[in-house]
Design a protein around this ligand. Sequence first.
Ligand SMILES: Cc1cc2nc3c(=O)[nH]c(=O)nc-3n(C[C@H](O)[C@H](O)[C@H](O)COP(=O)(O)OP(=O)(O)OC[C@H]3O[C@@H](n4cnc5c(N)ncnc54)[C@H](O)[C@@H]3O)c2cc1C
Length: 466
Amino acid sequence: MNEKCEILIVGAGTAGTYLGWLLAKKGFSVVIIEKDKREEVGKRLDVIHFESDRVEKAGIPPFQVGAPDCIEIRDVSTVVTPDFKKELKIRALQTIVRLTPFLNRMYSVLESDGVKLEFTCKFKSLIIENNQIVGLVAEKGGKSIEYRTELVIDASGKAAVIRTSLPEDYGVETFNLGPNDVMYVLLQYIKWEKPEEPHPTANTDYNWWLLWFGPSYDPEGAILGVGQPGSFDNARLAREDFLKRADLPPYEIIKKEQGSTPYRRPPHSLVADRFLCIGDAAAITYPFSGHGVTATWVLCMIASDVIEENLKNGKDLTRDVLWEINVRYYRNQGAKFASLFTQLSGVLNFNEKEWDYFLKKGLIYQTGEGEDIPEPNKEYEEEMSMGEMLNFLFKILGGLFRRKLSFKHMKSLLQANGLAGKIKKHYENYPENIKEFDDWVKKSQELWTQKKTAVKKLPSVTIEYH
Ligand SMILES: Cc1cc2nc3c(=O)[nH]c(=O)nc-3n(C[C@H](O)[C@H](O)[C@H](O)COP(=O)(O)OP(=O)(O)OC[C@H]3O[C@@H](n4cnc5c(N)ncnc54)[C@H](O)[C@@H]3O)c2cc1C
């Protein structure tokens, strides 16, 4: 069977669904193929958090609390210091979503805007003619379908089934995600056996262990989550260390989920001839949380504008034509995320006492009480005013003199921050001229090799953050 469309997207997760919708609204013929059944896409995760400000920016049809896909919309979170002595209130704009119902709500919206969705339809191989992608072969119900298209978009998640099968010289890195390139996440849906006894509220972070209690669909329950790189065992052992220290009332584990989320720099180019990668397939996640859903929507908005402008003008969507997507993405959000990812290698070295100090002195989060909790930094800028910088340095010096902070770790932090600044600047200068790309990549690789591995020592496990 042969089919034709202007844009073919592989994967109907949150990334493919959103970009497919944007492009169909602009009048293009869009097909999305998805290997899973319609009502089962996203079933690997139940409850998931979206950044509310990004949901609004993306123009997603509003969530209604109590609808099948929305549990709650909240704006305050609690962070607890590793010694359990202090709780900080921070502003965190979160919409608590049930993933599969959300995707199914969006599928109806997409279909009414003209997207053709093909479920239980699996990508098999690319069709390349004259060194250019011209389509792909998929399989549905034992039959082969050959799609001819102007653009193939890889939105297949961490497997990145297309990106990783591109010819090596096609223009996009073909790496697979290894154990140090992901955060392994373990989730336990729990129910407090004695809900009247004090327990962590359902939006509480214990950053030292990279562990949190998130809201569940059950008001007397919570989701106990933990994420660590390297292996599921690292995550499990970190959770065990936390449980030995935390004084929790009894709870029952109702169900468990596990998975991994990208924790590495994205490919240097997201585009090639008639090709684009987005979402987990492009390793785009918020560096500090590992959340990926709304992180990639920014890229989708840029991509849909560039594709529209060129396809409407009858242009072939070559690497040159799509290049503007790289430039606009990497000079802005891409640069900020690269910088934050680098800074993490300084922060993750802190020992327990240092985390206590940093959190209590307000050096990581802006905290407050009631209405006075400051707005979060929605644009992920980390620039400080001169006054804030002096205040920050003063507190660091105080910590050093009072031996709350070690010189070794503060040196690592300053080095990581220095490198982060250089990396940010480098990405802000992402080349407009494709001929300068090779030199830009060379410099980028030199910078990334300077990023140091951070090490955290917990009583039962030592974890490396690469
Ligand atoms: C435990 C856990 C908790 C998380 N919590 C959050 C959170 O709270 N907030 C947040 O923003 N992010 C969270 N993330 C990350 C988030 O799940 C991902 O970043 C996001 O789902 C990526 O979306 P995607 O569309 O790129 O990929 P996916 O959601 O993986 O979608 C890819 C789709 O492609 C399909 N596919 C794959 N191969 C083929 C093929 N050969 N042919 C056809 N279709 C194919 C898959 O079936 C899948 O439906 C979490 C991750 C984990 C593991």
